[in-house]
Design a protein around this ligand. Sequence first.
Ligand SMILES: Cc1ncc(COP(=O)(O)O)c(C=O)c1O
Length: 386
Amino acid sequence: MRPETALIHRYRNSREQHGAVNPPIVHASTILFPTLAELDSAHQARSSYGLHGTVTHFGLIDNLSEMEGAFGGHLVPSGLAAITISLMTFLKAGDHLLVPDNCYQPTRRFADNVLAGLDISTTYYVPSASAEEIAELLRSETSVILLESPGSDTFEMQDIPAIALMVNQRGIKTIMDNTWAAGYFFKPLEHGVDISIQAVTKYVAGHSDCLLGFIAARTEEDWKRVDNTHYAFGTGHCSAEIAYLAARGLRSMPARLRVHQSNALTMAEWLESRPEVLAVHFPALPSHSGYQLWKRDYTGATSLFAFEIPKRNRSKLALMLDRLKYYGMGYSWGGYESLLIPKRPQITRSHAGWPNNHQLLRIHVGLEHIDDLIDDLDAGLKRYLS
Ligand SMILES: Cc1ncc(COP(=O)(O)O)c(C=O)c1O
């Protein structure tokens, strides 16, 4: 069975669902055990309390786990929770953590504000650092390295297999934020990564109406360790409605991603051809510094990337963005609709490299007709530069 078919046909059984195509939404806090013997062995049941989920969650968990090639996974209430719960699982007081400088910004806030207070120190490494360069940053107390490729806002690629091989030999855990690839175009666990997380909020849910995260573990041992932290924090999975929506989104995700990818490529090539565009940061473009890594390891590209134009004042930026017809401004992505927002990597990064006289814009290319998107952006760029 090919991946598109598998995501559609696994984990539903219309015979058990009164003929309905989709599995039901099952709510529960209390789970009943009909006999004392079954109550006594409740710890062996997949769920003995609503916090452990219901069949609505299990179908989604199992489908996502198979997609990622995981031993198993855990749903958590947001993509950010997937990152923080994974980090809390594998770090303890006195440990050292490595994080790419272009990580999702709230990951940095968690490391600087929460982990630092627990005596866990963080070093931010240059996003394009090679395995050898990262090896030089390792300390005896380094226990986790976080990976994110391409990284947030500036989209540098990492050599994931080489980094994973280098740190695995030293017993260091690798956790990758795999949201950009939607767990679909890249399989970190097949490349030696221990934990792959993604914000299901984005392409899996796909309709800008859910918040949800997923933690996929390569081994049973790591799955159990995450399980332990997950239940200790009491966050549970998510509501049954959210799990239902995400499970539904997953069925059509490969089809949506095909259009996202093709629209994004056309848009990136169009932007690259514009004289006013100074750079396009999309790993699927041959001109991108990480193109060879993307081509080697990824089976496709999603539709979030960035581009640079000359800096103008804020009112020119407003003139461009406020009047766009088809692009929204908002802090998420992965939905069916297009988005465009200004970004300032300079304000959070530890390492230099982002010229202040350029305006960086992050674009999420949606499922609209690409000609409408290009026409709208073309008119916006003309307003900006007028
Ligand atoms: C790369 C990346 N990882 C994780 C997250 C967090 O996802 P959520 O919004 O579900 O917490 C985001 C959200 O924008 C993201 O861009």
